[in-house]
Design a protein around this ligand. Structure first.
Ligand SMILES: [Fe+2]
Ligand SMILES: [Fe+2]
Length: 174
């Protein structure tokens, strides 16, 4: 075991956030499925990409815990919300999830500060930056969805997103 064991208060926070990221992966998969069912294939692709990213976030916590000699403990994941009134509703749901996730990252960081755990602080810096990006794109997505409420406008936005992702190599819809 490495010399610097993780204090219990911080360990609890890191385990909680690891499971929160897995919950986010599940929630984005539900958003992708709903969009696919509504023929919003650009949004479906985008939400699947987000789901994969959230799983990679959880893995960062898993790797950190293992490197520090702590056993990551996976918990039960709540069933995510799977139906939405509209694309605007779905986009707002994604934004609310990211805001809640930022709060969770901040709580973990506060525990890392309180326990003077420098490796965990550095690991969490990546997430603090990541949440700035995550909140920026969900804000943009809500604004764009709100601005294209006609069926034609929504399909145009969806096609735009599909082209944007295809140009960047995200071909698979899973
Ligand atoms: Fe995340
Ligand atoms: Fe996220």
């Amino acid at each position: 075991m490495p010399g610097h064991a993780i204090a219990q208060a911080l360990l609890t926070e890191l385990q909680r956030q690891m499971n929160h990221e897995l919950g986010a992966a599940h929630a984005y998969a539900a958003l992708a499925i709903w969009c696919f069912d509504r023929n919003l294939k650009g949004f479906a692709r985008y939400f699947y990409k987000q789901s994969a990213e959230e799983r990679a976030h959880a893995q960062r916590f898993i790797d950190h815990l293992l490197d520090r000699g702590a056993l990551p403990v996976l918990g039960a994941i709540d069933a995510p919300r799977g139906s939405f009134d509209s694309l605007v509703d779905a986009a707002r749901h994604a934004r609310a999830m990211e805001q809640a996730n930022t709060a969770g990252i901040n709580r973990a960081y506060e525990a890392a500060l309180a326990t003077k755990d420098y490796p965990a602080q550095v690991m969490l810096h990546w997430f603090i930056n990541e949440q700035v990006e995550e909140e920026a794109w969900t804000d943009e997505m809500v604004a764009r969805a709100e601005a294209s409420t006609t069926p034609g406008g929504m399909q145009a936005l969806d096609r735009h997103l599909e082209r944007y992702l295809a140009d960047r190599g995200y071909e698979a819809t899973e």
